[in-house]
Design a binder for this molecule. Structure first.
Ligand code: PEP
Ligand code: MG
Length: 570
């Protein structure tokens, strides 16, 4: 039998299914032991939860990384929110047992987060549900399944994989993961990729269909699951698995190399990060610099904006880690699908077309200046930080940001703080307006980086997060490709460098086009650094030029995509 879902972490896992079903967390027979006793039970449970979670976070930090462990420390932070705790205490005051207080308050938060049309908020809903289940387990004395004890070759089948369970995951005994929920950016997917465990997520009714002990193959590259495969299928996938492992091992030779095409022309290959901690993983993955630091993540999951000192520390850490390379830091790109609760941003009918990114920042100079000052100061040591403005549509926006930057320089001068006097200021080209006046914008900024995620969305008039119109969201559309080509040309005509930090930079099918148009810098997710370096290495300029000319002579997305797939170099 074949099941289909979302291929969220590449690779082939083969083994026996282990289905993890929900524990019984029914507390209907628990009676109220009185106000003080219930409050004490709640307090003890909170302390136990914090201790357990802290130790899990420590383990996951060693095995996966900072970002993954922050998922768990985030749960501790969530639980220490005084508002959440006082709501639980109030319920106990009103005669409810500690279990009911935890259940109802967590469920209320989870529903609130789940109702917001924002991937990050939905993730928080999953985190609160995980928190609820584990708090109830502690209160009711129900044990957590210990995944580290599962037999070698187990394929984990679970409705949802909460971070607290993921801590027990190891490639030593787990062959793959299969879940009913989650998408490519869910925490389960992040963890699976960090551990390089094949995963297919979002398989409908997996828990009903799969039985414990079933033979199972998970193809995380294709998003396909084979249940009780016959010998022929098994043989086919064993070969595919060996080929995948071999391919991954072959990429190792690219780790400490420069990024050059087959003729020896050099390209910059940078990584995209969302926190200072990720800079380490990016460096280890072989990135030569940072092409996009999405600073908005520093502003999320907290009660107020990070102060100048905190921002300075984060930017400095990345600048130091890449002391010999460049670090492109994008200023706050909030709004759209990235809401920051405490800023009191209004809900909008069309948030992607609304008061977001540079528009919001220029209208909130006090907030923006803190970030610009921190960036200027962070650039003082290595002089390798470049400031990048998101969602630019006009020259006025660049001028507005530059004016604020100059004001900040004057202040820092007067205060005697060292800062980078020559700091470079560039823009994301991710709107049709910016692409169409790229020649004008290039006169007033120091570099471009093409944001294909948004550029595709706006050129195609297709919401990048809406699965129903996903087929129309394609970078292979001639309109998107022409925009990219003309932006690169405009940058070079004005003699400024141009990179790409949207997901398309990591698409091997586009490499010959981007190379032949002269893209200077590719910025990709850390796990895509080596495949991209290898991909660039496979092409000679002349062949890439031919491929680009042919692709651009085709008039449909499917035509272009089909052609580029046919000539792809594995
Ligand atoms: C983009 O739009 O291509 C981009 C890189 O930025 P983000 O995905 O953060 O919008
Ligand atoms: Mg964008």
């Amino acid at each position: 039998m074949i099941l289909r879902g979302i291929g969220a972490s590449e690779g082939i896992g083969i083994g026996k299914a282990v289905c993890i079903r929900e524990k019984n967390l029914d507390y209907s027979s628990v009676s109220y032991a009185g106000r003080e006793a219930e409050k004490r039970r709640l307090q003890e449970t909170i302390e136990k939860f914090e201790a357990q979670t802290g130790s899990m976070a420590g383990q996951i930090l060693e095995r996966a990384g900072q970002k993954e462990s922050e998922i768990l420390t985030g749960q501790i932070a969530m639980l220490s929110d005084p508002f959440m705790q006082s709501q639980m205490a109030e319920m106990i005051e009103s005669g409810q047992c500690a279990e009911a207080a935890v259940d109802q308050v967590c469920t209320m938060y989870a529903e609130m987060f789940a109702g917001v049309d924002d991937e990050l908020m939905r993730q928080r809903a999953a985190d609160v549900r995980d928190l609820r289940g584990r708090m109830l387990s502690i209160l009711l004395g129900a044990g957590e399944p210990d995944l580290s004890r599962l037999p070698v070759g187990s394929v984990l089948v679970i409705h949802d994989l909460p971070p607290s369970l993921a801590v027990g995951l190891s490639r030593e005994n787990i062959a793959a993961i299969l879940t009913e929920t989650g998408g490519k950016t869910s925490h389960s997917a992040i963890l699976a990729r960090a551990l390089e465990l094949p995963a297919v997520l979002g398989v409908p009714k997996a828990m009903e269909t799969v039985r414990d002990g079933d033979g199972i193959i998970v193809d995380g590259s294709e998003g396909v699951v084979m249940l009780n495969p016959d010998q022929l299928t098994l043989g086919k996938y064993l070969k595919k698995q060996a080929a995948f492992e071999q391919k991954r091992a072959k990429l190792e030779v690219y780790r400490n190399r420069e990024t050059r095409d087959a003729d020896g022309r050099r390209y910059a290959l940078y990584a995209n990060i969302g926190s200072a901690a990720e800079a380490e993983a990016a460096a280890q993955a072989g990135a030569e610099g940072i092409g996009l630091f999405r600073t908005e993540f520093l502003f999320m999951d907290r009660a107020k904006p990070p102060a100048e000192a905190e921002q300075l520390e984060a930017y400095q850490a990345v600048s130091r880690r890449f002391a010999d390379g460049e670090v492109i830091i994008r200023t706050l790109d909030i709004g759209g699908d990235k809401m920051v609760g405490y800023l009191g941003m209004d809900r909008e009918d069309n948030p992607f077309l609304g008061h977001r990114a540079i528009r919001y920042c220029l209208d909130h100079p006090d907030l923006y200046r803190v970030q610009l000052r921190a960036l200027l100061r962070a650039g003082a040591e290595q002089h390798n930080i470049k400031i990048m403005l998101p969602l630019v549509t006009s020259l006025e926006e660049i001028r507005g940001a530059r004016a604020l930057l100059e004001q900040c320089k004057t202040e820092l001068e007067q205060e005697g703080h060292p800062y980078d006097r020559e700091i470079r200021l560039g823009i994301m080209v991710e709107t049709p307006a910016a692409a169409l006046i790229a020649d004008l914008l290039a006169q007033e900024c120091d570099f471009f980086s093409i944001g294909t995620n948004d550029l595709t969305q706006y050129v195609m008039a297709v919401d990048r997060g809406n699965a129903r119109v996903e087929k129309l969201y394609t970078v292979f559309h001639p309109a998107v490709l022409r925009s990219i080509r003309s932006v690169i040309q405009a940058a070079h005509a004005a003699d400024i460098p141009v990179g790409m930090c949207g997901e398309a930079a990591a698409d091997p099918r586009l490499i010959p086009l981007l190379m032949s148009w002269g893209l200077d810098e590719f910025s990709v997710g850390a796990s895509q650094v080596l495949p991209t370096r290898a991909g660039i290495h496979r092409w000679r300029a002349e062949e890439a030029g031919q491929a680009a000319r042919e692709a651009m002579s085709l008039s449909t997305s499917s035509g272009v995509q089909g052609y580029l797939e046919a000539i792809a170099r594995p």
